[in-house]
Write a protein that binds this ligand. Structure first.
Ligand code: KIV
Length: 263
């Protein structure tokens, strides 16, 4: 993908959209070299990289720093940056300033959690020329209100609310919407109803695309295995094994040796 217009093209052509969340230049370069379509600089960076217990610790400054790093690693990629906790709730001007900061840091678009109560802000950001991706279902910035990481919109009423929110996002000009931790049947229904592509995470197989966090798909955190994520690599074990091999070599005076010894 070269631009966010490719999301609409992929949706029309029924090409599944692949998004990977990554946070730094090194990983962004690797994702850009892969067949993934876009990079999300998710506010999960606050947990994965900074070790915070939730995404509410992400700030505009933190997101800008990581967005700039990702852009340096992937100069041609479509890069979507999360608007962090409360950044869309401090008034229209503050929200557009934060979104602008993320674009100036290198983002192609921003992602905003929820829609209810900040419709005007979303419309204003879109109207300012900043592409917006929505995020419905489990919205981790509201984790304390949601009572933990659990499947959302299970009741008929909540499902109807989510469908209405997706419609509202489309009307406001969002170019795509992430559906996180919602029943597969509901995600399939929203996907059928909407023109904009749905990008699922824990939302079953019938969305227009899928997103995973790079460290989850690489299995880099042995303690964290969300049920909906698939590990494509045992990264945690691979890293420990490699570091142990280095430690062994140092202790046995096998490193450096040969060409590694500079004359
Ligand atoms: O912050 C993040 O990584 C995300 C994805 C899980 C969708 O929002």
């Amino acid at each position: 993908m070269r631009t966010i217009l490719d999301f609409a093209r992929a949706r029309r052509e029924e090409q599944p959209i692949v998004v990977v969340a990554a946070y730094d230049a090194l990983m962004a370069r690797l994702v850009a070299a892969s067949e993934a379509d876009a990079i999300l600089v998710g506010d999960s960076v606050a947990m994965v990289v900074h070790g915070h217990p939730s995404t509410v610790h992400a700030t505009v400054e933190m997101m800008s720093l990581h967005t700039a790093a990702v852009r340096r690693g992937a100069p041609e990629a479509v890069v979507i940056a999360d608007m962090p906790f409360l950044s869309v709730r401090r008034g229209r001007d503050e929200a557009v300033r934060s979104a602008g900061e993320l674009l100036q840091a290198g983002a192609t678009a921003v992602k905003i959690e929820g829609v209810s109560g900040h419709e005007e802000v979303i419309g204003h950001i879109v109207g300012s020329g900043i592409p917006v991706m929505g995020h419905l279902g489990l919205t981790p910035q509201s984790i304390h209100q949601l009572g933990g990481h659990r499947i959302q919109a299970r009741s008929a009423g909540a499902a109807a609310g989510l469908r209405a929110d997706a419609q509202r996002l489309e009307e406001l000009g969002a170019f795509a919407v992430v559906l996180e931790c919602v029943p597969a049947a509901l995600a399939a229904e929203v996907t059928r109803e909407r023109v904009i592509p749905t990008i699922g995470i824990g939302a079953g197989p019938d969305t227009a695309g899928q997103v995973l966090v790079l460290s989850d798909l690489l299995g880099l955190d042995a303690r964290f295995q969300p049920r909906f994520a698939r590990r494509y690599h045992d990264g945690a074990q691979a890293v420990v094994k490699a570091v142990n091999a280095f430690a062994r070599d140092v202790r046995e005076a096998k490193f450096p040796a040969g060409t590694e010894v500079l004359a």
